[in-house]
Design a protein around this ligand. Structure first.
Ligand SMILES: Nc1ncnc2c1ncn2[C@@H]1O[C@H](COP(=O)(O)OP(=O)(O)OP(=O)(O)O)[C@@H](O)[C@H]1O
Length: 583
């Protein structure tokens, strides 16, 4: 059965490439942009910068932006007819509905067109497949006053603000060409005519995307053409993920990050680069740009391995979006917005001025060492965030990747847990006794922070996060890395525990493993801080998960430690734990 329509982004990549080649040549794309409903001045400017700064095809970006608005190969064919690009019409003809094929003849021989049978009226689209898109700006075309180009000038788009549109225009019905609306290559007079003819409204009806859940798999190109409003299946995870979070345009992100300038880079992770962005309305944000993999094999297509990695990358980004959009807490990194319409998906977060806890513990970027009071507050805040995740809903959420790099510090050094790509629904330890333990389908996370029961038996419970948090506490107390090849033992918990077993005297232990960068304690709370943090760290990272405390107990201990002289048992774990194996 013939498909109802083909989304531009779903067309054969080699066909699209051919079109890009033709339209990039002599900047032909600049001639067609003014005829594309919904394309604004800022979009054209973005495409120009895209070519200038990255040497990438401006047509490709232009089509991506347009395609994200729901336009199909049929619309593209009509656009090429309007701009008399017969070569392009022929290239995409196999993807175009037969009823439109007559347009080629019409373009080649407009006189003959009078004798042609009238174009069959486009069937009225089903109501549920239509979506109303209102555009704020109407581009109009003028000849640049300062143009020094000979002959017909290249149309320039200038922005003009308009009153809100009143009448809806359906491009699938109104843009079917008749001899009246076919334009020759724009000349000054034709541009004037075009301006007068162009409908006064910018409100158009766009066919809705097919529900993505019906498609076989999710890939980047599908997602980049996806917006919140054109997903129709309520069960589809993207819709759930993005509900309650604002979509933002790719252009706005480019402007905020100064075209993703290297000066704005604040960090790099496994899946993307994080940029500092300045909003036009004022305020700073962090933008994570999920990088796509450029590796292709010698046939020019991506290997199945690369496709698998891209899919996983996308899955994790959506998981992060889904969890962060659902859970709001003082100690969970707020997500502000997302963008799926551009060449790479982007997530926009609150900007954390003091970077990651990892950076601060290692005094990277010339930062000052944290004091014991700050270390206690950061430990407590992080514990509260985890406690919230484990207890807020009936089914606890397991973060799955708690580590110092994923604890971010705002300008007041308030910690916020980030990187929820591996988060999932889990079980409380108590539930495991009643039911059978949840077994993860795969092991993911940072190996040095993963507990033995997860690495060996894939047992998934809240105690996974408790174990990882224990290692974070040991890092806070000692200033040492979770794992080091040059240390014996290499794992930090084993390293501390071994010394703890040998040395009875707390002062000597402190001398051996305390973080020497931390300023000397200035009060009783600070004096006790090292012992409390390392003790809790070792307890939380015990090999036997049943011996590890719950997050509520951990919060209670840290809360007591930050407010008054704690009356809690410290360094009492000598006989309780066996040295943990390095995982
Ligand atoms: N909201 C933010 N504000 C300020 N800096 C941030 C923010 N988010 C991330 N960063 C910085 O960017 C770095 C990279 O973050 P990202 O989450 O991509 O990777 P990661 O967690 O370090 O690594 P991976 O995702 O591979 O585990 C962080 O270590 C941090 O320094």
């Amino acid at each position: 059965m013939e498909p109802e329509f083909t989304m531009i982004s779903h067309m054969e990549p080699s066909v699209l490439q051919e079109i890009y080649n033709v339209c990039d040549m002599d900047d032909v794309w600049l001639n067609i942009a003014p005829y594309m409903p919904g394309i604004e001045v800022k979009d054209v400017e973005t495409c120009k910068r895209w070519r200038m700064t990255r040497n990438r095809s401006p047509t490709q970006l232009l089509f991506r932006i347009w395609s994200a608005k729901g336009y199909t190969s049929d619309h593209l064919y009509q656009l090429f007819a309007k701009t008399k690009l017969v070569r392009c019409m022929r290239i995409i003809q196999p993807f175009v509905h037969e009823r439109l094929h007559y347009l080629e003849e019409l373009v080649l021989n407009p006189q003959k067109a009078i004798d042609l049978p009238k174009e069959p009226e486009t069937p009225k689209p089903k109501k549920r497949k239509l979506r109303k898109v209102r555009l704020r700006h109407k581009p109009i075309i003028t000849k640049p006053a300062d143009s020094c180009e000979p002959g017909p000038s290249r149309p320039r788009i200038v922005e003009k603000r308009e009153k809100p549109p009143k009448i809806a225009e359906n491009p699938s019905r109104n843009s079917s060409l008749t001899s009246k609306v076919i334009h020759p290559k724009p000349t000054e007079s034709s541009l004037l005519a075009y301006r007068n003819q162009r409908p006064q409204t910018q409100s158009i009806l766009v066919p809705k995307m097919p529900p993505i859940s019906q498609q076989q798999s999710i890939n980047l190109s599908e997602l980049t053409a996806t917006t919140a409003s054109n997903l129709s299946n309520d069960e589809f995870p993207i819709r759930i993920a993005i509900e309650g979070t604002l979509p933002v345009s790719y252009t706005d992100i480019e402007i905020a990050t100064n075209m993703f300038s290297t000066e704005n880079i604040i960090g790099k992770g496994g899946y993307g680069i994080v940029y500092r962005g300045e909003l036009r309305s004022g305020g700073t944000v962090a933008v994570k740009r999920i990088t796509t993999l450029s590796n292709t094999n010698n046939t020019g297509t991506k290997s199945s391995q690369v496709k698998k990695m891209e899919k996983e990358r996308m899955r994790q980004s959506l998981q992060e979006l889904k969890t962060l959009a659902r859970f709001r807490h003082d100690n969970i990194l707020p997500i502000y917005a997302y963008c799926l319409e551009g060449p790479e998906p982007c997530l926009v977060y609150q900007y954390m001025a003091n970077g990651s806890l990892e950076d601060r513990l290692l005094c990277r970027k010339m930062s000052n060492p944290l004091t014991w009071t700050q270390k206690l507050e950061i430990s407590l805040g992080t514990a509260k965030g985890l406690h919230y995740l484990h207890t807020f809903t009936k089914t606890p959420i397991i973060h799955g990747d708690v580590k110092t790099a994923n604890i971010l510090l705002d300008k007041h050094l308030e910690p916020k847990l980030g990187d929820f790509g591996l988060s999932r629904d889990g079980q409380m330890e108590a539930e495991i006794a009643e039911k059978s333990p949840l077994i993860a389908s795969h092991i993911k996370g940072t190996l040095a922070y993963l507990p033995p029961e997860f690495v060996t038996s894939k047992i998934l419970s809240t105690k996974l996060d408790v174990y990882s948090f224990g290692i974070v506490l040991a890092e806070i107390a000692t200033g040492l890395r979770a794992y080091s090849d040059t240390r014996d033992p290499r794992g930090l918990i084993d390293f501390c525990q071994m010394r703890r077993d040998i040395v009875e005297n707390l002062n000597i232990l402190r001398e051996l493993i305390v973080d020497k960068k931390t300023p000397a304690p200035i009060n009783d709370i600070e004096k006790d801080a090292f012992a409390i943090i390392i003790d809790l760290g070792l307890k939380s990272a015990q090999r036997d998960r049943l011996q590890r405390p719950n997050m509520d107990k951990i919060v209670e201990i840290l809360q007591a430690a930050t407010c008054s002289t704690p009356k809690i048992e410290t360094l009492s774990i000598k006989s309780e734990i066996r040295p943990a194996e390095n995982v």
